[in-house]
Design a protein. Sequence first.
Length: 329
Amino acid sequence: MPSIVTSVIGGVQGASAAHNAADAQKKGLAQAGQTVQDTAKDVNTGIRTTTDEAIKPVMAAGEAAATGVTDAYKSAQAGVRNAALEANGMLSPYATAGADATGKLATLADTMGKGFTASDMVKYDPGYQFRLDQGQRAMQAKAQAMGVSSGTLKALSNYNQNAAAGEYGAAFNRWDTQNKGQADVLGTLAGRGLTAAGQSGTNLTEAERYAGTAGMQGEEYAGNMRTNSQQYGSNAKINAENLAAANTMNAGKYLADTQVGAGNAEAQGNMNAANAWNGMLGGIGSGVTDLLAGGLSGGTGGFNWAGAFGSTDPMKKKQPISGEWNPGG
């Protein structure tokens, strides 16, 4: 009898202990898995927040650099244009004089193209007519004093012709010399004005070319600054998300492993409980076998039936006493 009770108690306790151990292990694994999940979420939140905070100054620096470059090239453009205008301001008198000389040179060329005229004769030799008149009067007075003859008339005619030719040639030479001198001066002024005007145009062209090049290079540099900062931010976010994803996957894998471990623990607990129950049943079976074997043999080592049933009086109960059957008269 004691072996049966011991087996039952041992089996119950063993099975309970196996289930308790399995439950404790399952609970521990579940807590560990949840802790890892929560930690992964916190870490991922921290990663994203830190990444966002790290990106902000980089983005601000890129924008500041781009703005600085833009302001710098705009200032350079304005400076070059102003310098060109100042230079052209100093060249302006030459260009103006050249333009005026060019106009006068055109007028002079038109005058010279028309040739030397009688009006030019009067203009360039105003005393010609007076001298001619005086010579004629002197010749006429001489002719009147000496008498008019063919020789006198011829001499008077020759005088008029020679005087006219000589005076005309001298006037023409003065006209031609003066016009050519003016043409030379005007030509020099016009050439200098042309050079000044050309230089002014070159100054403006070069200034605009420099401004355009500075603008293109500045915008390109500014664009690169913005692009690089944006790319840095994008890469940082991608890296952060990759890291967060890896953390989430690892936490999920750990959780799955704990769930598998919890299942294994439960299965192992059930198996240990089953083993405990099997042991209990085996103990009960052995006890029953011993009990039955002792009762049938009738030996002194057999079961005390009278003690088991609570009476040793053969007259009250026709029960076996001390393992013997007493018919009781």
